[in-house]
Design a protein around this ligand. Structure first.
Ligand SMILES: [Cu+2]
Length: 343
């Protein structure tokens, strides 16, 4: 057992050696960097994602204010980051694929990739404090999803801050049949919508990456959100994920699959504006019996796969509203909106 109170100076990853000084690295505590190659690494993954880091992603809100977000870049490449989006780019693969997530991080800060809901061995779990952080290095997370459904990935270094800063993206596992079937032997769908709902406390968004890691009180126990976003958009518009627009359109007789991710810290309640949906998968696990709902309550990190099958007479536009609810007081702090149009 290592001493949890031990203060650890971040050091360079493999090949580096020694205690890193390194500009901008600050004086972080509880940062344990990777020093060994990934065990059991195959040379033939089915899918590879190369992620970099961008600590300067401007997100312009409806009121004209710009909030700084952090995220992963999908183009991999540069250790210096750049070209990041909020949310980070979606990952998508089939059940049973062997996936490599190569994360490159410069010497300025530490980050990880945790594939939330996937169960790899611990070297690839990306939980900073339990395994290690990536700093000044490229690390390969090797993993293999075993159940189709909606997941997400996020950074797990100084997690409370880094997740709030936007370091996450959707992770979609298709069955062996591919997109269009929810899970093997399960329902098919014609159209997809991605609803990733989050709240933002802009007062957190000027903190350094290692804020609070040495025990100082930087206010991370107080989340007072002043912005509310769905799939990276304040109000309504197009997704920042290079995925179909979040305002979905579906024809009578077609099936719309909504992939809902509660990416905030406060609980949420999503309401379907009069439409009835059927939950088939919750948190990447197929329900024994599908459940019909007109709204869903969700807590941090939960995901739901919900299919809508509009019938003759359902034509019209339905507003999909998600309330963000204070976890102690029950007060509705804010609401995001998108829509489903049935024609
Ligand atoms: Cu991070």
């Amino acid at each position: 057992m290592f001493d949890l109170l031990e203060k650890y100076t971040p050091k360079m990853g493999r090949g580096g050696g020694g205690n890193g000084g390194g500009g901008g690295m600050g004086n972080a505590c509880y940062i344990y960097t990777d020093v060994t190659p990934t065990p059991g690494l195959t040379n033939n993954p089915d899918v590879t994602y190369n992620l970099g880091i961008d600590m300067s992603i401007p997100l312009t809100m409806d009121d004209g204010n710009t909030i700084n977000m952090w995220g992963f870049t999908g183009s991999g490449g540069g250790m210096m980051g750049g070209s990041g989006t909020f949310p980070s780019p979606a990952m998508r693969m089939r059940e049973g694929d062997i996936v490599h997530t190569n994360l490159s991080v410069n010497m300025m800060w530490a980050h990880t990739v945790h594939h939330h809901g996937i169960e790899p061995e611990y070297h690839s779990d990306g939980v900073g404090h339990i395994s290690f952080d990536v700093l000044g290095d490229t690390y390969t997370y090797q993993w293999r999803p075993s159940q189709a459904g909606t997941y997400f990935y996020h950074c797990h270094t100084n997690t409370v801050l880094h997740a709030e800063m936007g370091m996450y993206g959707a992770l979609i596992v298709d069955p062996p049949e591919g997109a269009g079937t929810l899970y093997s032997g399960g329902p098919t769908y014609d159209v997809e919508a991605f609803w990733v709902v989050d709240e933002i406390d802009s007062s957190w968004h000027t903190l350094p990456w290692d804020a609070g890691t040495c025990g100082g009180d930087v206010g991370l126990n107080e989340l007072n959100p002043d912005y509310f976003v769905i799939t990276g958009v304040d109000g309504s518009g197009n997704s920042a994920m290079n995925l179909p627009p979040i305002s979905a359109t579906v024809q009578v007789g077609q099936k719309l699959l909504a992939r809902y991710i509660c990416a905030g810290y406060h609980p949420q309640k999503i309401r379907f504006g009069g439409l009835t949906g059927t939950i088939h998968i919750s948190d990447g696990r197929v329900l024994p019996k599908p459940v019909q709902v007109t709204d869903v309550r969700a807590c941090s990190g939960e995901r739901y796969d919900i299919i809508f099958e509009p019938q003759e007479g359902d034509e019209g536009t339905y507003t999909i509203e998600t309330d963000i609810i204070h976890w102690v007081t029950g007060e509705v702090l804010g609401t995001t909106r998108t829509s489903i149009t049935v024609f």
